[in-house]
Design a protein around this ligand. Structure first.
Ligand code: ADP
Ligand code: MG
Length: 690
């Protein structure tokens, strides 16, 4: 995907931007848009390596090292908040856990009595035996810093999962409150288990890292370069993750959790993965930070730290890796260098003029007020942050926009879909006695339906007759009260939505559920989730297998988008939210199709389309059937149903009142009554009598 370089312009920007956009932001967008991903890491490293050569001030280098630590924290939090959309206000807790993990295992804080158990650890160099004049002596933990960096990540990742698991059903404000609580608990625990943490006084004498016999000591420079290396590594990891199957699934969850599930994303697994990886980043940073300070105290990990990290992300650009790093560096340096310098100048100014206010003013103390101001200003003028997650794309040329009727395009592309062997003589979908009530409303009542492979079945019925609920029951979004759903002889009743997609049922939504802030290409790529395998490690390493899988997925997506001629193809780098209504419907169908379903459920696919577009889509659906996809569609436009449906069922008040060919159904008295009201009954009877 990297080869399709985005061209900055204003077209795809959110409306809020249009007003605030002036010349300077435009230039900035252009600059940041062009600075590609790889370019960013190189730039970051070059500037980072050169800075200490220019600025020899020990204090500045120390501030730089701290700023890098916060950049890593922000990167980790960005995975949770920016990518997966899980607002975590207690992230500093993981920072604390990583810090104490190293602090405890490389100081004299905990000194259990020595006995044989510790001998293998001594042999591994993890502990020392401190001899005592009387008794067996004690254990001194001496776990190496370099070993603890990954171990802390693993420990905190574990805590990330432990803490993420009970919050999985929570979203937005609720999640924020629970995480805030967790963030409060950890420093309190640290304060109250003095045996492990030395309580409020803080750990003492945490060992400084050594490398090839060279001790880092209290020098800032080695920590600065180590921080730089860690930050560069984790920027790389973040970027790789984001542009992978895993990252797309996270973004999909962020954009629309239900749609993500219905496209095959295992919500639980991916959310926990985000928590774990995000926490892991914090664990590593905690170890780094404590080794640098050689102490750890509960106050270092309280709520304001989590808030500061959120502000860094908002300032830089939520979800934007480069933006988050920039935001963290700016804010941390603002706090530790810029505000201090400014305060000194203001004091000098105060002394000079004798104005008491300026003599007393301390900007560092007002940091929270300054964060607040930054948040408000960003929300008002530049919501997407300094470096937005998405670079804008150029508007289409007039030629690109002119729709080429895609009826000819239909015939090209789309190789026959991969599928299991399906017995053509048995129903593909068998539904027996399916029911669902919402309180007093019996939305679906004992529905039976057989759908033969390779057929198109239409569902019609007045509004509120339970059609959408019926689809939700089949696709696992709603649990049935009773009844059975069988796909190709297998019971799929009540399975989780992503499992049902895996089994081969894909769907579209009546009230369009696209991933609004993802590109068309990414939207459809999410649909390939069930048919691909890449996990977090594969995404970071990007092995040849992963590359092949990614190429194949891209290929398949483009092939599927080509079904719609030039309706979607020229726009693949545009955000889904910029699409016209009809194109959104097409995109949803494409997204469902790439999951390689045997059965596709279309919920009012032509709603909102004009007659030409309707005709076009009808044709395309017919084409799908020719390719072997079985179609079950809810459709109000009788012309469409008449043209392509092999069978029509009519729902009314959750019951099937008629079933048959379109012709049979149209002459059914019950159907006329349901659609046109009872008064026609008399008309029909009168007509029959005459
Ligand atoms: P249709 O798609 O045929 O227009 P629906 O399946 O959307 O109808 O709705 C059928 C009935 O079930 C309606 O009365 C609707 O209000 C009700 N309903 C659907 N979903 C829910 C829900 N989640 N909670 C409560 N009532 C619901
Ligand atoms: Mg509906």
């Amino acid at each position: 995907m990297t080869e399709t370089r985005l061209q900055p312009s204003e077209t795809a920007q959110p409306p809020a931007m249009g007003r605030g956009a002036s010349f300077i932001p435009a230039i900035w967008d252009r600059a940041t848009g062009i600075a590609g991903r790889r370019g960013f890491i190189v730039l970051f490293l070059v500037i980072g390596v050169l800075l200490p050569l220019i600025d020899h001030n020990e204090g500045d280098i120390d501030a730089g090292a701290n700023a890098l630590a916060f950049a890593i924290l922000a990167l980790g939090l960005n995975i949770v908040v920016g990518f997966a959309g899980l607002l975590d206000l207690g992230y500093a807790a993981f920072f604390a856990i990583g810090a104490y993990a190293y602090g405890i295992f490389s100081s004299y804080q905990v000194q259990p009595e020595w006995w044989g158990f510790w001998e293998p650890f001594q042999w591994l160099g993890l502990v020392q035996h401190i001899q005592a004049a009387d008794g067996p002596g004690t254990v001194h933990f001496t776990v190496s810093f370099w070993l603890m960096l990954p171990i802390s990540a693993i420990i905190t990742a574990f805590f990330g999962v432990m803490f993420g698991a009970p919050t999985l059903r929570l979203k937005g404000d609720y999640l924020a409150i629970v995480t805030l609580g967790f963030g409060e608990i950890v420093p309190i625990v640290a304060r109250n288990v003095p045996y492990l943490t030395n309580g409020a006084a803080g750990l003492n004498g945490v060992a400084s890292p050594t490398l090839f016999g060279y001790s880092f000591g209290v020098k800032s420079l080695p920590f600065y370069y180590l921080g730089l290396a860690l930050a560069a590594l984790l920027i790389f990891v973040s970027l790789r993750l984001k542009n992978s199957r895993v990252g797309r699934a996270w973004l999909a969850i962020r954009e629309d959790e239900i749609a993500a599930e219905a496209m095959g994303v295992n919500r639980v697994k991916l959310k926990l993965l985000a928590f774990a990886i995000g926490a892991g980043f914090a664990g590593t940073t905690g170890t780094f930070y404590v080794a640098k300070l050689q102490t750890a105290a509960p106050e270092m990990f309280t709520f304001p730290v989590s808030v500061m990290l959120i502000v860094m992300i908002v300032l830089g650009g939520m979800g934007s890796v480069a933006g988050v790093v920039l935001g963290a560096l700016i804010l941390q340096l603002l706090q530790s260098v810029i505000l201090q310098d400014m305060t000194q100048w203001i004091h000098a100014f105060g002394d000079l003029t004798g104005i008491e206010f300026f003599k007393q003013l301390d900007l560092v103390q007002s940091i929270e007020l300054i964060f607040g101001i930054i948040l408000v200003v960003m929300m008002r003028f530049r919501r997407q942050g300094l470096i937005p997650e998405r670079a804008a794309v150029t508007a289409l040329t007039h030629a690109q926009q002119t729709a080429v009727p895609s009826r000819s395009g239909v015939k090209s592309g789309l190789t026959p879909l991969h599928r299991r062997t399906i017995d053509p003589s048995k129903p593909l979908l068998e539904i027996r006695g399916l029911s669902k009530s919402f309180g007093g409303i019996r939305a679906v009542r004992g529905l039976d339906l057989d759908v033969m492979p390779g057929s198109v079945v239409g569902i019609i019925g007045p509004n509120g007759s339970g059609k959408t609920t019926f689809f939700n029951l089949i696709t696992g979004l709603t649990q049935p009260d009773g009844g059975k759903v069988m796909l190709a002889g297998e019971d799929v009743t009540g399975l989780l939505p992503h499992v049902i997609v895996e089994r081969g049922i894909a769907r579209t939504f009546q009230n369009l559920r696209l991933f609004a802030n993802m590109t068309l290409l990414e939207n459809v790529l999410v649909g390939t989730h069930t048919r691909t395998k890449t996990g977090a490690i594969g995404a970071v390493l990007r092995t040849p297998r992963v590359r092949r899988e990614e190429d194949a997925a891209n290929e398949r997506v483009l092939e599927t988008l080509r079904i719609f001629g030039n309706r979607l193809m020229p726009r693949i780098q545009h955000l889904a939210r910029t699409l016209s209504y009809a194109n959104r419907r097409r995109l949803e169908i494409a997204r469902a199709l790439v999951s390689e379903p045997v059965l596709i459920l279309l919920d009012e696919p032509t709603a909102g389309m004009n007659p030409t577009e309707t005709l076009e889509l009808t044709d395309q659906i017919q084409h799908l059937r020719d390719r072997g996809v079985t179609v079950l569609m809810i459709e109000h436009k009788l012309a469409v149903v008449n043209q392509i449906a092999d069978k029509v069922i009519v729902l009314d008040h959750g019951e099937k009142i008629a079933e048959g060919t379109p012709k049979e159904v149209h002459s059914n008295k019950e159907v006329l009554r349901a659609y046109l009201g009872r008064s026609t009954d008399a008309v029909a009877e009168a007509a029959a009598a005459s």
